[in-house]
Design a binder for this molecule. Structure first.
Ligand code: UDP
Length: 315
């Protein structure tokens, strides 16, 4: 790949990564500086309680391409990425983790596909080194369930490691969702999308911040922000319950209707009515939920390394 005039932004959320952050910056600097004329590494410090921010700030003083956004507390990595996307000025933007688990060696292949006309190039893992069987099972089930119950054709076995054209990033910025699920949002936005495959590395340093609870929350966020199915489910169950009740009543009419049989019918029918009403309330709730996007996603305490032009656009 020859250096060109394309400007690349790399967005990296950081939460307590002091053990490996300097190496990540070095690898990325060496790796990208030779391949692209202009680039920026945007680190979003998501309320780290260690020295991550200090180390990034030191790198930013050495290299003007290294930029740092410091959120005022830990907002979670989906929101940290959202903040980074808002600040990214590249023609293409790559999102990756701070721990080199997403190999920078894949970025040139992503850029090639982007130059060939794809607006989204996501990294597709062919292995999940370091993940336990149960983690692999959970991840595999989640992606399949997500696809089955939403209208979103989210690619299987991908994380947040991806390259996006600035046009896609512009659309994502407009979405401004309260519980962003970037993978789903990128699929929702559309455009020409493709993948490059890679072996997911084991974490070299530091520890995974993705706790089971966090993964579960992400799964719930993903499903509830893209599917109305959980809200509609009571209506379907209620309808079924009413049908069973009616079927039972018809059967009972032939074999002799007793008070007990009538009570069984009433139980099914009334439960069904209540569930259907819940489902209807759910449908309204979903509309309110969709409309309620007023809250700012995060608060930036400080942003360093940006030009005054960039700053004025952002504040
Ligand atoms: N991260 C973050 N805020 C958080 C948790 C994680 O910014 O609350 C960052 C973390 O530093 C890393 C990326 O998000 O750069 C992915 O997190 P992690 O590696 O823990 O997830 P895993 O790769 O283990 O699924």
């Amino acid at each position: 790949m020859n250096p060109t005039n394309d400007h690349l932004s790399i967005v990296i959320p950081v939460y307590n990564e002091e053990a490996g952050i300097t190496e990540t910056i070095d690898v990325l600097e060496n790796y990208i500086a030779n391949r692209l004329e202009t680039y920026e590494l945007i680190f979003i410090n998501d309320g780290s309680t260690d020295n991550s921010a200090k180390l990034i700030r030191a790198a930013s003083e050495r290299n003007a391409n290294v930029k740092l956004i410091e959120l005022s507390r830990n907002f979670g990595h989906q929101i940290a990425i959202t903040a980074g996307l808002r600040y990214a000025s590249g023609d293409a933007v790559v999102v990756m983790a701070a721990d080199l688990q997403d190999p920078p060696a894949v970025i040139p292949a992503m850029i090639d596909k982007w130059r060939a006309g794809y607006q989204v190039v996501y990294g597709k893992r062919v292995s999940r080194a370091g993940d336990s069987l149960i983690q692999r099972f959970m991840a595999a089930s989640f992606y399949r369930i997500f696809r089955a119950i939403t209208n979103i054709n989210a690619p299987l076995d991908t994380g947040d490691f991806r390259l996006m054209d600035k046009q896609v990033v512009r659309e994502l910025r407009k979405m401004d969702e309260p519980d962003p699920f970037i993978r789903g949002m990128v699929s929702w936005v559309g455009f020409k999308q493709t993948s490059v495959t890679y072996e997911r590395q084991e974490r070299q340093r530091g520890s995974s911040k993705a706790q089971r609870k966090g993964m579960f929350r992400l799964a719930v966020d993903g499903i509830t922000s893209f599917s109305a199915l959980p809200l509609k489910l009571p209506a379907w169950l209620g309808g079924l319950s009413m049908l069973i009740g009616l079927g039972y009543l018809i059967g009972a009419a032939f074999t002799g209707l007793t008070t007990l049989k009538f009570l069984v019918f009433a139980l099914f029918f009334l439960t069904g009515t209540i569930l259907v009403s819940l489902g209807i309330a759910g449908a309204y709730l979903f509309r309110i939920f969709n409309a309620a996007k007023q809250r700012p996603l995060y608060v930036v305490a400080k942003a360093s390394g940006f030009s005054s032009k960039q700053q004025s656009v952002l504040t």
